[in-house]
Ligand binder design. Sequence first.
Ligand code: ATP
Length: 586
Amino acid sequence: MSEEREALAELARRRGLFFPANEAYGGTAGFYVYGPTGAAIKRNVEDAWRDRFAIGEGNMEIDAPTIMPEPVFVASGHLDGFDDMLVECAECGESHRADHLVEAATGMEDAETLEPEEIAELIAEADLACPNCGAALAGQDVTDFNLMFETNIGPGSDAPGYLRPETAQGIFVEFPRLREYARDQLPFGVTQVGRAYRNEISPRRGLIRVREFTQAELELFVDPERDEADLSSVADVTLTLYPAEQQGAEGREYVETTVAEAVDDGTIAIDWIAYYLGLAQEWYSSIGVDMDRFRFRQHLPGERAHYAADCWDAEAEVGGDWIELAGFAYRGDYDLSRHAAHADDEFTVFQQYDESVTVERPCVDPDMSVLGPEFGELATDVGNALADLAERDPGAFDGEAVPVEVDGQTYDVPTAATGFAVEEVTESGEHVTPHVVEPSFGVDRLVYTHCAHALREDEVDGEPRTRLALPPASAPTFVGVFPLMDRDGMGERSREVADRLRSRGFAVAYDDAGSIGRRYRRQDEVGTPYCVTVDYESLDDGTATLRDRDTVAQRRVDLDDLPDVLAALRADERAFENVGVAVADA
Ligand code: ATP
């Protein structure tokens, strides 16, 4: 493990950020618990995502079940194709993600695009060994392994269900109702923040690859003919792009470019994707991801799903590895068309034209007094086949007889008996299957990256200290309140201050244990931006020391003003050096 990841794992366990679950029972790989501080960071990150991508964009948020019945995943394609490549060690029985072993050994970036047989050959060629016991893996089968967790719905039931492997399906399946809430008007977006489950072959690297995780997904439904992305708010945002053609190239290079330029020169093929990359770039930066260790990587042609026109991943570097934080995909009409084909509902939106149009519509009105005696019980099917044919190929009605196919047999129907005509009809709109633009964010990987990027080791008063330089919006606690000592009324006064701050909506940590220096260190380690110490002077003149986590500068502040001062600091409306008076001058 890299030094950075080791330092984070140590801090995470010690300070209640996150730790492996079920250790009392020997542990369960791929499941993590967020401790009190980690749960607060995660909630803050989710809220920040909601503020930006749901509320800030005027999208609707839903909360759908995490277990869904099998037909959903038949339609979505997950049952058939949501596989990773598995190789098992014959010696110790450990399972490994075969493509990842090949990538780690060869430096390839796209091994998942290869077939299992090709991966097996590469394993043999490179003479790869089991990372667990060192036995040779050459000659072992590489197989596809479906990542969904299966369950039964109802006792003794034969209705299989699956834990959703992504939150998105809950949005697609409910589209017919969601469309009504959007008053049948495109474009509209639906978001969901919730758990997803994947039975990962080899979960690893802390929160990076777990079997139960949280996604924040946005599905934007657009009319492909009429809706266009408005890029004006993000046009000048500079992106760090890693286009497909640079990947694997000698001396690979990132492209630093604005959203507008990337669209103009075709680096980003789809405006909607460019829009969300711009939004995401600014959002990741605002919540404290180190943008010098961040890039958008374009999917290689073999890597993206066949229906997806263009895909980019947001990636961040931690401990020398690039981690996928989010995916941005233009999915076309794949999702809604698939559900329309498998479900009993309509997955279209009626789009009103600006002005009604008159169109010619070929139709039939079969004479059943002819078709009945001629085709007997097949007469209705023949009538339906004629109606389909008229729509599809009106030219077929030009001759004396029309050939139609029913149950694989062709029958000739006299054209005169079909009642074929071309009518003029006025249409006010059409049914459109919306296309889907999908930004899909992983919350856990972001919490992890965010903490790794915020982790700092420095020295204060000649002592090493660890600090999480989290921005106030994601810090688990905003302010620590300490009495210098819990005596002579300082404890009571501090508790009053803490209560007052809590009632103003600040997350407060009250701490009266140990030296002030140790208390500061504890708050520094969980990223608390400010601490207040109530001392003897506070009892006399109503002021207290306010300390800034990052600079360790201290200001003397009137306790009556403290809530307003903290609110201004939180909103970034005042700089720390402009509040109260410097401690040396007090
Ligand atoms: P990977 O290639 O790393 O397995 P993916 O491309 O399959 O990820 P998506 O299906 O695009 O991932 O899911 C969207 C986001 O969900 C990812 O960008 C990631 O942040 C998160 N995610 C996916 N799988 C996991 C996992 N096993 N553990 C934690 N987060 C995950």
